[in-house]
Design a protein around this ligand. Structure first.
Ligand SMILES: [Zn+2]
Length: 231
């Protein structure tokens, strides 16, 4: 069964997409686009609380991600539930992403830039790389995964990839009118940002969004490396 969505966001952990693309997601939804999230791990190692158990943390973080989805009006959230800090570039993981691409048939896929250098979470690097590979060539080619064809999941050509966390942005998305929703979305991740997002942190995010928009005629931006795919 296919259920077309214009935008698919592939996030390594709950909260990465909110830092990277939540302002743009809010704007796309306002414009009538359908957005879905694929969450690769449930972030079961993302805590400094010595008493927190991984299973409990994963449950909490999935609930936080669902609260974000409700706020942003993301249509569907798919949890792949790979272990946090243990993502690998495996045939299984790649196939899982291909399955979602073929099911939702997005025009745009958004994920983490795998080519950011030095200090970059390994799960982010691997999610970005595996997602790029899944888009091209695996989702496109009918001889890849004949068993998916039998499930009714036919090849699909994604038109555009947006990579957040890039060192070389070539595309800036206007989030001037949706920056406040991005902040509200980040606040949903209480296990990560605490009960209250600090004013300093919010101001830092605003300044960052301003810097990203410096070359544009709008005030606040999220920045990406954009790959247009011409089929
Ligand atoms: Zn992350």
């Amino acid at each position: 069964m296919t259920q077309q969505a214009q935008v698919m966001v592939v996030t390594p952990h709950p909260d990465d997409a909110e830092f990277g693309v939540a302002g743009s997601v809010a704007r796309w939804v306002r414009e009538g686009k359908s957005v879905i999230y694929v969450v690769c791990t449930s972030g079961d190692k993302g805590t400094s609380d010595p008493n927190m158990k991984p299973d409990e943390l994963a449950r909490i973080r999935e609930q936080e991600q669902l609260a974000v989805a409700k706020l942003l009006r993301v249509r569907d959230v798919i949890f792949l539930r790979y272990p946090d800090q243990a993502l690998e570039d495996t045939p299984e993981f790649r196939k899982d992403i291909v399955r979602q691409i073929r099911k939702y048939r997005p025009e745009t896929v958004v994920t983490a830039d795998p080519y950011r250098r030095y200090v970059w979470h390994r799960d982010h690097r691997i999610t970005g790389q595996v997602t790029l590979d899944a888009v091209f060539p695996y989702a496109r080619d009918h001889l890849a995964y004949p068993d998916l064809l039998k499930e009714g999941l036919h090849p699909h050509k994604v038109k555009e990839i947006l990579l957040w966390g890039t060192e070389q942005p070539n595309y800036r998305s206007d989030i001037t009118d949706t920056f406040d929703i991005k902040i509200a979305a980040l606040r949903c991740h209480k296990s990560q940002v605490g009960d209250n997002l600090s004013p300093d942190f919010e101001e830092w995010l605003r300044q960052r969004a301003k810097t990203m928009a410096e070359v544009e005629n709008f005030e606040l931006a999220e920045a990406f490396y954009r790959v247009k795919i011409w089929w």
